[in-house]
Design a protein around this ligand. Structure first.
Ligand SMILES: *Cc1c(COP(=O)(O)O)cnc(C)c1O
Length: 560
């Protein structure tokens, strides 16, 4: 079956991402962006799309989170051994930083697809004795340090990545930038072919580059002061040229990537629209994100699908047949996953979660715009709602970026609600959210809650993971859920479709009144609940997967 072996280094698509989250044991990711990158490459491997991933080694990970009794987040370096997951390569390249040569080496991990077809992922590493102390640490902390540290990392990723691929003998057909952290790769490509004039070279680079933007918030785009750019990259490339393409005042990495890319896209239809209004004059397409089914479907649903939708791993479009799976088998598979989750949570902390209780999951990065406290806006009302049936319990998880003080406060606020409400609503907070915990949560809760401020959720993917495990979504209509929600059929919305002023009180009202209806269905109309589980697998699981997503990238962006 392996007709395109790993040795074939021609004509691949290079996929550059600051983070890639393949597995909970390889902690080179922070959250959604990295998980998406990994899911993309896994689908490339399954579908034999010739590609190669490039990222940083992040030797100390993002961070390991513990939380004390008051809800204070404590951060430590992650301990892991790259040797257990990847092979150290002998090759070295250098990148110019502050007029010095910084040496970069690499590690390789191969992703094997369902047919055995393999995709290399290259992890760049500057921790070499030849480098001075400061530069050895460039590939240590994912999203750590200050702006200067970040720019050093982006030089290694963008410039070092292109040089490393060449050193390893690859000849790429395309370069896909997953977010702006790798935009400097365009400048490195521009330096090739010095024989032709600049306008021709720029055209050639544009033909090779693809850019995917992930944030609808202006402050979410990496920006660097030109004094810093000059300090680190002076002499590498003409500053006037960078200013022409990266912005007059600051170096805006998104703008730089846009100006060198022939194909630009947002990660959901709405996000495409928002990006077009943020960057007028650019043609910005939209390819809605997806998740890699074999990675995210839990054991019990895998078994269920193996019985009824045999070929789902190879062809996730087949999930459309889920509506025909017998109700009791769907429900039993779900209850087994739910019991596993509840046993796990109860073993971690003394939260006393119960199998029969409607369980809500809320897990993602803890930061203001995700609005984890919205569900606690009126605790009297919430308590009252929780009296129905066997009540209500909520499982939270999520890390706050070490510099996001508001995010850390939110964790404390959840901890205090947990105490305040403990007689009426059991609440658990699982420390150190990662891919492993995410898998348990998206398969073990009943209802997946997401309440972001609109339009700040570019896509969101955790709800897609829940879907394929028969967990229903209850979310604000933003990102992917605008496309996925058919009210009362695939799940429930909170608030309307409109953007503009995000009216908090109306959202709270809608959240609580719908939650009452949802409890009613869960406790007294099991038939409807199970039917909705199957509807959402059929209608949403068959679409919001990374196989469909990568096929759209191939047709729209990778093929000329
Ligand atoms: C899927 C995933 C995310 C993304 O979650 P969103 O709710 O889409 O923001 C973040 N972190 C981990 C560990 C994940 O698995």
């Amino acid at each position: 079956m392996i007709d395109k072996p790993l040795e074939d280094k021609k004509n691949r698509v290079a996929y550059f991402s600051m983070e890639i989250g393949l597995d909970e044991k390889i902690p080179t990711y922070c959250g959604g962006l990295g998980v998406l990158a990994a899911d993309t490459l896994k689908s490339c491997a399954d579908l034999e799309v010739p590609s190669a991933g490039v990222t940083l080694l992040s030797e100390k990970g993002f961070f390991k989170q513990t939380i004390d009794l008051e809800g204070n987040q404590i951060e430590e370096d992650v301990e892991w051994n790259p040797r257990e997951h990847m092979t150290k390569l002998e090759n070295n390249v250098t990148v110019p930083i502050e007029g010095k040569k910084v040496y970069v080496t690499a590690w390789q991990h191969n992703i094997a697809g369902i047919t055995g077809y393999q995709i290399p992922v290259i992890f760049l590493d500057t921790n070499l004795p030849k480098n001075d102390e400061e530069n050895r640490k460039i590939t240590w902390h994912l999203y750590g340090g200050d702006n200067e540290y970040r720019l050093r990392q982006e030089i290694v990723l963008g410039i070092g990545g292109v040089r490393m691929l060449k050193e390893l003998g690859y000849r790429m057909r395309k370069y896909h930038m997953n977010e702006g952290h790798s935009s400097l790769l365009a400048l490195e490509l521009l330096k090739r072919r010095k024989d032709v004039e600049e306008s021709v070279r720029i055209k050639k680079v544009r033909e090779k580059c693809i850019f995917t933007t992930h944030t609808p918030i202006p402050s979410g785009h990496d920006r660097f002061q030109y004094s810093l750019v000059e300090k680190l990259l002076g002499g590498y490339i003409d500053l006037n040229l960078i200013k022409r393409y990266g912005g007059k005042e600051h170096l805006n990495m998104t703008l730089l990537g846009f100006n060198f890319s022939e194909y630009i896209n947002g990660v959901a239809k709405k996000h495409g629209e928002v990006s077009r209004s943020m960057f007028p004059g650019y043609t910005i397409n939209a390819i809605t994100n997806g998740i890699h089914p074999p990675t995210w479907v839990g054991e019990e649903f895998s078994r269920l699908y193996d019985r009824h939708i045999t070929d789902w791993r190879r062809d996730p479009f087949l999930f459309r047949y889920a509506v025909g799976v017998p109700d009791d088998e769907v429900w039993n598979a779900h209850m087994k996953e739910k019991k596993k989750l509840i046993d796990y949570v109860n073993s971690k902390e003394d939260s006393g979660l119960k199998y029969e209780t409607l369980t809500i999951g809320f897990a993602r990065r803890m930061t203001e715009y995700k609005r984890p406290m919205l569900v606690f806006s009126d605790t009297r009302r919430l308590r009252k709602i929780a009296r129905k049936g066997n009540g209500l319990q909520i499982v939270f998880s999520g890390k706050a970026h070490p510099k996001d003080f508001r995010g850390k406060e939110l964790i404390k606020e959840i901890y205090s609600r947990k105490e305040e409400l403990k007689k009426d609503i059991r609440i658990a907070y699982i420390e150190d959210y990662d891919i492993g915990i995410s898998k348990r949560l998206v398969s073990g809760v009943d209802l997946w809650l997401n309440t972001p401020e609109k339009p700040k959720e570019a896509s969101g993917t955790s709800g897609m993971k829940a879907t394929l495990n028969g967990v229903l979504n209850f979310s604000v209509l933003d990102g992917w859920w605008i496309e996925g929600c058919i009210e009362g059929i695939t799940g429930w919305s909170i608030g309307g479709k409109e953007t503009g002023e995000d009216d908090r009180s109306r959202y709270v009202e809608d959240l609580y009144s719908k939650l009452e209806d949802i409890m009613e269905v869960f406790y007294y109309d099991m038939g409807t609940w199970t039917k909705m589980m199957k509807n959402s697998i059929s209608l949403n699981g068959s679409f919001f997967n990374s196989h469909r997503m990568i096929q759209q990238y191939v047709v729209n962006a990778y093929l000329d």
